[in-house]
Design a protein around this ligand. Structure first.
Ligand code: PMP
Length: 409
């Protein structure tokens, strides 16, 4: 069978060669927070500044043309990556957070009235909670919450029952960053549309791990961040259905987003996507994101998903044999994320001590405080896998965890 050549993949990531604390090889298991960057992406970034750094969309000189072409090519790479119908449906943002805030502040302010309802889920990242709460404060809308069961799975019956004739939008994560749960987006989109509501999906944790198809899932908005798919920070994208984007007012005003500016007869705005991209964008980051997407998709998503599932299964099996360890979130459909707590050991202590073994995991609330609270917790440890992790690294992590637990318990 076709397999990922994980050694060849690892060789492309200079950072994975680091050793910490007297020669301990870095075991990087914090991929849900941010992924590392392979050579081709670093090169794309470098090449931009070495050869064609220029501001886009206005100069007529050669460098400006080349930079503009590369930036717009990146937009088309994102379009193809998400299988959106039109390149105008892709807006570059700083990341998932800014994409969701853009929808809240443009579509939301234009379309929501006091008493309207936005439905989110109990497993949202704060970036898909707080923008809606801010709208609730300023517009008087209501934010309703789809509950999560003890396995970390959304309660689909409760979801259906929460709709009223005032439900305008469902804003839900594709994959939970704290639990790994994969949500049934196509089904949720159908249900939302049956009730006359739109659906926005937070794809921050999904895009690196499985093929995402916004057309097939029939979603209205989809957001993701470059730094979680082996690309740089400071760039991400929002997909929005063209008719929606076209009808939405702009958010930030400035250069690049206008059609004509005058003091006398008002200002008119450019068409999407430029209407939503005021100011000089993150050009180098877009170019590097383009390269990251092409790098990742060249690996074949089936192989990526299979490999990450093997890492997940192996880690889960080994961790289940540790006395007093509970894995939080055991959804049947799960990405390579393991949140856990251990009786008699503080998550913070585990995170700090395991770092001494060269192992990087996350500890804390993972920007999902309401979710953790629903499990009666305020922190967990989280190991999350990327395409370059190995079974040996999983073993090194669990061995280190056992030694840490022997120290603290
Ligand atoms: N949603 C989810 C599910 C996430 O995991 C993250 C990043 N931790 C975000 C949103 C926010 O992404 P960013 O910080 O890149 O805007």
């Amino acid at each position: 069978a076709l397999m990922l050549d994980v050694d060849a993949i690892r060789a492309q990531f200079p950072i994975l060669g680091r050793e910490l604390h007297d020669g301990k090889p870095l075991v990087y298991l914090d991929n849900a927070a941010t992924t590392q960057t392979p050579e081709p992406v670093l090169e794309a970034w470098n090449d931009y500044f070495r050869r064609y750094n220029a501001n886009i969309h206005r100069g007529l000189h050669t460098l400006a043309d080349e930079a503009t072409a590369a930036f717009e090519q990146a937009r088309d790479t994102v379009r193809e990556f998400l299988n959106a119908a039109r390149v105008e449906e892709i807006i570059f943002t700083r990341g998932t957070t800014e994409a969701i805030n853009l929808v809240a502040n443009t579509w939301g302010r234009a379309n929501l009235r006091e008493g309207d309802e936005v439905m989110i889920s109990a497993m949202e990242h704060h970036s898909n909670i707080v923008p809606w709460q801010m709208l609730a404060t300023s517009l008087g809308i209501t934010v309703k919450v789809i509950p999560v069961d003890q396995r970390g799975v959304l309660d689909m019956q409760a979801y259906q029952a929460l709709f009223t004739e005032r439900t305008r939008l469902v804003a839900v994560t594709h994959v939970s960053n704290a639990l790994g749960t994969i949500n049934p987006i196509r089904e949720m989109a159908d249900i939302a549309h049956d009730h006359g509501a739109l659906i926005l999906v937070d794809g921050a944790q999904a895009v690196a791990h499985a093929r995402v198809d916004v057309t097939e899932m029939d979603v209205d908005f989809y957001a993701f961040s470059g730094h979680k798919i082996y690309g740089p920070t400071g760039i991400g994208a929002l997909y929005g259905r063209y008719e929606l984007l076209d009808a939405m007012p702009p958010w930030q005003g400035g250069g690049e987003m206008i059609s004509r500016v005058s003091f006398d007869d008002g200002t008119t705005f450019a068409a999407p996507p430029h209407k939503f991209e005021a100011g000089t964008p993150a050009i180098a980051e877009a170019v590097a994101l383009d390269r990251a997407i092409r790098w990742l998709t060249s690996l074949h998503f089936d192989l990526v998903s299979d490999w990450e599932q093997r890492l997940l299964t192996h880690a889960t099996e080994r961790m289940q044999s540790i006395d007093g360890l509970s894995i939080i979130g055991q959804a049947p459909e799960k990405c390579g994320v393991i949140s856990f707590v251990v009786e008699g050991a503080h998550s913070q202590d585990i995170g700090l001590l395991i770092d001494q073994f060269g192992v990087a995991i996350r500890t804390g609330h993972h920007c999902a405080q309401p979710l953790l609270r629903s499990f009666g917790l305020d922190a967990t440890c989280r190991a999350s896998f990327g395409v370059y992790n190995t079974l040996e690294e999983v073993d090194a992590f669990v061995d280190a965890l056992e030694r840490v637990l022997a120290m603290v318990r």
